[in-house]
Structure formats: C-alpha cells, structure tokens
Design a protein around this ligand. Structure first.
Ligand code: ZN
Ligand code: ZN
Length: 116
C-alpha cells in the first residue's frame, strides 16, 4: 500500500507509534509511551495531568450519591420491627385458635395475668 503511512513517534521518527497521548495527542511508540490506567501517555507529566482530571471529574458524582443516611437505617429498623410484629401477631393468633403446647400455655397465662 503506497498511501498508507504509519504514524511515527514524536521522539523517534523511524519508530511506529502505538497510539496517541491521551492528554496532548502526540503519537508515541511503545518505547517512550507510558501506559496508564486509562491509556497511553507521552510523558509522566501528561499521565498525571490526565489522571488528575479524571479523578476530579469522577469525584463529583460519587460523593453526592454515597450517603449512608439515617433515613435508610431507620427504614431498615422499621422493616425489622414490622416483620417482628407480624410474626408475633401470627403466632398469637395461631396459638389462640389451635393448641400448641407451651405457646398456648404462655398466651393463656399472659391473658389470665391481664385479667381475661
Ligand atoms: Zn502528552
Ligand atoms: Zn518513541
């Protein structure tokens, strides 16, 4: 292919560039390209700049979303209390209607204590 010209590294014109710096867009070869978490960079300075930028951009959202608020814990506690109350109600009704040793004894004792 005559027209296809490979992009040369900014520091080594003879070397084929493996990609462009994520920060400044300069083509770099694998010898001088720095591989970061988000891509390749031409220098340590560019890598730091870009990663700081991503960190700053990423920090805006999670801080707003992450909040282990009191409301959530209260709702959780309320859910447990409602479940417990429902279990007690059902157990009381079942023991009242049908004879369950110990449980019926207990409820009748409680009822007699209350004056029933
Ligand atoms: Zn760069
Ligand atoms: Zn190079």
């Amino acid at each position: 292919m005559m027209g296809a010209k490979t992009i040369g590294c900014i520091n080594h014109p003879g070397m084929e560039a493996i990609g462009r710096c994520r920060q400044c867009g300069k083509p770099v070869c694998k010898q001088c390209g720095l591989t970061g978490a988000k891509g390749i960079y031409c220098s340590e300075v560019c890598k730091e700049k870009h990663e700081q930028f991503i960190q700053r951009a990423g920090n805006l959202e999670p801080t707003r979303g992450y909040r282990p608020g009191v409301g959530f814990r209260l709702r959780q506690l309320l859910g447990v209390l409602i479940t417990l109350a429902a279990i007690v109600c059902v157990l009381g009704m079942v023991s009242y209607l049908t004879y369950i040793p110990l449980l019926t004894d207990l409820t009748t004792r409680v009822l007699s204590l209350l004056g029933f």
